[in-house]
Design a protein around this ligand. Structure first.
Ligand code: TYD
Ligand code: MG
Length: 455
């Protein structure tokens, strides 16, 4: 049988049987590349099942081993995202847009772990050693015990590490490393996967932790971090808007701790500083109520966090109205607009819609649906809600409002920050929260009629 060629999307790692300009799975353009198999099982080669391997020992689930040893960095926000410190011999991927601050974060983390007694090696394939030293100096870390190398050949890196026996290795970035027994260029899907595989194997065999940096890319030729997410124990993404000083480190996968946990940092002239109590950080100064601005009481990881969702709705001069979203999922906006139109009879056709989460924060929770809908209604009807109101709730396609998790925590945090009322779905068994007046509704139509008085 002729072998099927394999094509992989460098954005979302979906596989395809043929090349196309746009990935059907994630919608990215020009992101599909051909992937050559590492060793083709050609004619005459036997399948694995036809010859015998060695028997492996099977064990049961009980363990007498202690929980894995962790080392804390002392940077609370980083340790929190890691699930309470860095687990020995774990592999961590830190993804993020170029220039967001990954190298800065990891150099600071390397210095902290080094000072806490770990033997730390920082390998950069992106910058010259002198550049990193200058950054270290700027961050006031030049005397920290971190061993530095600027190298891209992974064979040389691994040989060095074998001799050095470090406790922690930082590889900045996986896209610059190359494995010399693979033909394709550094940054290609096969190179990135092979390099990551080598590093993870090294980590497990030598009991050393590895932190691997991966740039999120918009070009098809370079593989993004998603193609190696499955190989590592922990996947963290460093997010934020370039124009804002706040950065969020988010755990999207963690074999040793809760996923969805976030750490909040501020980018200053002297590197990243942690923000210990971020719940009110993303609220702009809101003395006066403003149409289109709604405060959403969300949960990020294990902490409640209040964010401001802003909408602007204006008549469109274009034949196709604009939908511009920053900090929220565009598909979610499309769904909410469709529900408002189909279930509540509020059309947005011919209107440009701009939606924004203030302060560069990104909101992933479905519990933000009702806040988004309220922001859209408030902007469209030019009707401001009182400035002391928070909103949360999930909207179903039928227009019903679904209860959300941790409603009490959301309300308590809002009350603590001086909010006095909340618009929420009907939440059963919700204890009374001091100082909060609730307006519970079970469908979006009542919100439209009773709160915004739209016709
Ligand atoms: P960097 O860590 O190089 O980003 P990445 O590794 O994700 O590509 O950080 C890049 C930006 O951070 C750069 O534009 C300058 C800014 N920065 C500061 O604002 N303060 C600092 O102390 C440092 C080191 C960088
Ligand atoms: Mg960098």
């Amino acid at each position: 049988m002729a072998k099927q060629p394999s094509f992989t999307c460098t954005e979302c790692a979906a596989s395809h049987t043929k090349w196309s300009g746009r990935c059907e799975a994630c919608g990215a353009w020009n992101s599909i590349v051909e992937e050559k198999p590492l060793s083709a099982a050609g004619p005459g080669k036997k399948s694995l099942g036809s010859t015998r391997g060695k028997a492996i020992e099977l064990t049961d689930l009980s363990t007498k081993d202690n929980p894995p040893k962790r080392t804390v960095s002392g940077v609370g926000e980083l340790d929190r995202v890691l699930g309470g410190g860095l687990v020995d011999a774990s592999a961590i991927l830190v993804g993020g847009d170029p220039g967001i601050g990954k190298s800065t974060l990891l150099l600071q983390a390397a210095a902290r772990f080094g000072r806490n007694g770990m033997n730390v090696v920082y390998v950069s394939g992106e910058e010259a050693a002198q550049q990193i030293r200058m950054r270290a100096q700027r961050l006031g870390l030049e005397s920290s015990p971190v061993k530095l190398a600027a190298e891209t050949n992974l064979r040389d890196v691994l040989t060095t590490l074998d001799k050095e026996e470090p406790d922690l290795v930082i590889i900045d970035s996986i896209q610059t490393m190359w494995v010399d027994n693979i033909e394709s260029a550094p940054g290609s899907v096969s190179q990135v996967r092979a390099a990551c595989h080598e590093l993870v194997t090294f980590a497990k065999k030598r009991g050393c932790s590895v932190i691997i940096v991966g740039h999120v890319t918009k070009e098809g030729a370079i593989a993004g971090p998603r193609v190696v997410e499955h190989m590592v124990d922990t996947v963290l993404y460093f997010e934020g808007e370039r124009g804002h000083q706040f950065r969020i480190l988010r755990a999207v996968k963690n074999r040793f701790g809760p996923a969805d946990e976030i750490g909040v940092f501020e980018m200053t002239g002297r590197g990243l500083t942690e923000v210990k109590n971020p719940s009110a950080l993303f609220l702009s100064d809101r003395d006066k109520p403003a149409p289109g601005s709604i405060v959403f009481s969300g949960i990020e990881g294990t902490r409640p966090m209040l964010t401001e969702i802003q909408a602007l709705v204006s008549p469109s001069p274009h034949s196709q109205a604009r939908r511009t979203v920053v900090g929220l999922d565009g598909q979610r906006l499309a769904t909410i607009l469709a529900v408002l139109e189909a279930r509540c009879g509020i059309p947005f056709a011919g209107l440009d819609v701009y939606l924004n989460v203030a302060g560069g924060m990104r909101v992933h929770e479905p519990a933000a649906d009702l806040a988004v809908a309220c922001a859209l209604l408030s902007a469209r009807e030019d009707h401001a809600l009182p400035a002391d109101t928070v909103v949360f709730g999930e909207i179903s396609l039928s227009g019903a409002l679904r209860p959300v998790t941790q409603a009490e925590n959301r309300l308590k945090e809002a009350s603590k920050l001086g909010f006095a009322s909340a618009i929420t779905p009907v939440q059963k068994k919700l204890p009374k929260v001091d100082g909060m007046t609730l307006r519970m509704t079970d469908d979006l139509v009542s919100v439209v009629n009773d709160i915004f008085g739209a016709d």
